[in-house]
Design a protein around this ligand. Sequence first.
Ligand SMILES: Cc1cc2nc3c(=O)[nH]c(=O)nc-3n(C[C@H](O)[C@H](O)[C@H](O)COP(=O)(O)O)c2cc1C
Ligand SMILES: Nc1ncnc2c1ncn2[C@@H]1O[C@H](COP(=O)(O)OP(=O)(O)O)[C@@H](O)[C@H]1O
Length: 298
Amino acid sequence: MQVIDVSKTIPAVEKGTVLVIGVMDSVHIGDQYVLEKAQELSSDDEEIAVYGISSASTPMVTIENDRNFLLKSYGVKRYYQVPAQEHAQAAPDHFIRNHYEALNITHIVVSETVQNAAYSVETLRKWSQKMDVPMTVISDLKVHGDSVTETRILPLIEQGRMEAAKSLLGRPFTLNGEVVKGQQLGRELGFPTLNLGGIDSYVKVKPAVYIGLIKVEGEPDTFYYALISAGYRPTVNGDSYKVEAYLLDFNGDLYGKQVSVQFLRRLRDEENFDGLDALVDQMKKDEEMTRDILGLEK
Ligand SMILES: Cc1cc2nc3c(=O)[nH]c(=O)nc-3n(C[C@H](O)[C@H](O)[C@H](O)COP(=O)(O)O)c2cc1C
Ligand SMILES: Nc1ncnc2c1ncn2[C@@H]1O[C@H](COP(=O)(O)OP(=O)(O)O)[C@@H](O)[C@H]1O
């Protein structure tokens, strides 16, 4: 998928464009609903492109790379990105008017949620009628009475409500990062834990122990179950927030690898134990409980 800055020259395309206008920051089930409709509406002669009205605020549920990967998986060929300083005024109707011919727009798919101060669905509708370009407005997908937004998902992750987050995201909340060195204490405790680096832009999950799934770079068809520890590690005088994972029934060198860490459910909150023995006793219990829940051999 191509990412194109809308403030730069917009390359002309040959195929017809089904242009989706939406806030596609986290590619949650509301966004997925819009993208599925766009897929249904497009023919083999057309390509799906997204004009993304991003809030671009941190912390994020889905960082840019993740978003691009997800959009691509929904068949999106081009993502027209509005520069951060112009978000508040992001006016897709200007963009469409200015680049209508270069983009060869054959259909506009607009999600009802995206109206902002700068434009309205009505403005777009008038233009599409004048130009005789079909336009489809996708109504807001509601879960339990309310629209699905990133603002609704963020606090769920901050509270460690991973099942609830998953129900709105349409996938488990996932951190993608690189395995970095930690204090090298884990192996001595009998619980080697990979330390995840490069995750600063993501929302911080509640300090707690979680059951998760890990995918490792170079092994696209394998998942490992894991115990994830997120938090400040008060027992070992941890100085900063970290996310670590102990992979069950795994042994290998993961330093420097890209991993994806999916959060399935919270097991318990992080505690300040009185010494390492108490911590290790609890980690053993955590592992036993996890094996019980997952139906794994002990
Ligand atoms: C299953 C599990 C549970 C953990 N629970 C706690 C906890 O409740 N409190 C705490 O201070 N640290 C907890 N930790 C973090 C450990 O203190 C940390 O993994 C250990 O210090 C090793 O760190 P290292 O990877 O930097 O060597 C937990 C880690 C795991 C894997
Ligand atoms: N089952 C496992 N789960 C996680 N990491 C493992 C496992 N087995 C081996 N490792 C390796 O051990 C490292 C973690 O050991 P640890 O002593 O906690 O060191 P660090 O503090 O640097 O993370 C991982 O980065 C990985 O390379």
